[in-house]
Design a protein around this ligand. Structure first.
Ligand code: SF4
Length: 393
């Protein structure tokens, strides 16, 4: 497969058999410039100018498969909103309040070699900063897709840190998207963790089952995952946000992972214009249980710069949507927790009593163990979207 020449007519997306494409060379056909995007989508002059301005700040990268899910005649298509930049991304201040580049406090907990150690029992390793698609709502937007010397050059050093910290019971290999690494590199990473006795299980966080399912048609990858899972339990947390992402191909990718004995959990993000309705949450969670993916988290969109003002759903409205959706869902489909991934720890949003939001902190930072499992209550206002916007009582 050769790289798309922007001077040529692009292949019709609905005629491509993505199942037959080699995952690594197909990446060369990703839509990553305004010039390529224009070949597939009619854009107004105004749109072109603002998209180019966004691209000067944050790159675009859309696999042709994911692009094929967009209805070009629907400007409000939810897949389009997650993949194609808009002028809204240029808004850095708005009615939803302050924003930050690092809402989850990653930098504070960076132990070097890509290791983030936020909770005593979990270590997260940023294994790469490349993704098959750069989601417009990404909370690691400040690093993803940008050249960054924090990328792990030697995973052995990260594994050494984990081996020396016996309180670590589980490891999350994250990024970027670790499944973009060559299979041989993934195998080496897993090998380095295989014999660390105190690590009970490993997670590989990846959006590839959703945006790049072709990755799982690599038999060698499936073999490596299966082999590792025989030694230590492996989980794949993924990130479906909309029922439109559940396709024959993504279903098949999930099936190949599950046939290797690996559990797939979903961590969706609650996004305005994507899944902020009862119907869309019900369709998403029901669709996930149908393909054997466990609904695990629904994240409140973080106050990320160039993300918050066009993606965050106010908590008052959001909690009502989630409550109503749960009324329509069966037990397995409503297992997910509605979560604020806050710098002080994970906070479950339990519900509201009139204007009072009821929350439960489910993890705390090591320096504040007394905060774990506490109940929090805060006064809501119409625009509150994050913990700091609430008057805590
Ligand atoms: S795949 Fe994940 S890390 Fe990569 S841009 Fe999307 S949300 Fe961010």
């Amino acid at each position: 497969m050769c790289e798309l020449n922007a001077e040529e007519e692009p292949e019709q997306l609905n005629t491509i058999d993505f199942r037959k494409l080699a995952w690594d060379t197909e990446l060369d056909n990703n839509v990553n410039s305004l010039k390529k995007l224009k070949l597939y989508f009619p854009l107004t002059e105004e749109e072109e100018i603002s998209i180019q301005e966004v691209l000067d700040n944050h790159p675009m990268n859309i696999p042709r498969y994911y692009l094929s899910l967009i209805d070009p005649n629907d400007p409000k298509d939810p897949i389009r909103k997650m993949a194609i930049p808009t002028a809204e991304e240029l808004v850095v201040a708005g009615q939803m309040g302050e924003t930050t580049g690092d809402p989850y406090g990653d930098d504070k907990h960076n132990k070097g070699n890509g290791v983030l150690h936020k909770y005593p029992y979990s270590a997260l390793v940023v294994a790469t900063e490349y993704c098959s698609m750069y989601c417009r709502h990404c909370f690691r937007k400040r690093i993803v897709g940008l050249p960054n010397d924090k990328t792990v050059e030697n995973f052995q050093n990260a594994a050494k840190y984990i081996a020396e910290h016996k309180e670590i019971t589980n490891v999350i290999i994250s990024g970027g998207d670790p499944m973009m690494l060559p299979t041989s590199v993934i195998a080496k990473i897993l090998e380095a963790l295989k014999n660390i006795e105190h690590v009970n299980y490993v997670r590989i966080g990846t959006r590839t089952p959703v945006v790049y399912p072709m990755r799982y048609f690599d038999d060698e990858l499936i073999k490596e995952l299966r082999d590792f899972n025989q030694h230590k339990t492996l989980y794949i947390p993924t990130h479906f946000n909309h029922a439109k992402e559940i396709t024959d191909l993504s279903k098949e990718a999930v099936m190949r992972i599950r046939n290797a004995g690996i559990t797939v959990n979903n961590q969706a993000v609650f996004l305005k214009g994507v899944n902020d309705s009862v119907e869309s949450l019900v369709d998403l969670m029901t669709g996930l249980t149908r393909i054997g993916v466990n609904p695990y988290y629904l994240y409140q969109c973080m106050p990320v710069s160039r993300v918050r003002h066009h993606f965050q759903v106010p908590l008052k409205r959001g909690v009502d949507i989630v409550d109503e959706a749960k009324r329509h869902l069966d037990g397995y489909a409503k297992r997910f927790k509605f979560i604020m991934g806050h710098d002080i720890g994970k906070i479950e949003i339990c519900g509201r009593m009139d204007n009072l939001l009821v929350m439960s902190q489910i993890h705390s930072r090591p320096e504040h163990p007394e905060e774990a499992s506490r109940i929090l209550m805060g006064e809501l206002n119409e625009n509150a979207g994050w913990l700091e916007d609430l008057d805590l009582i």
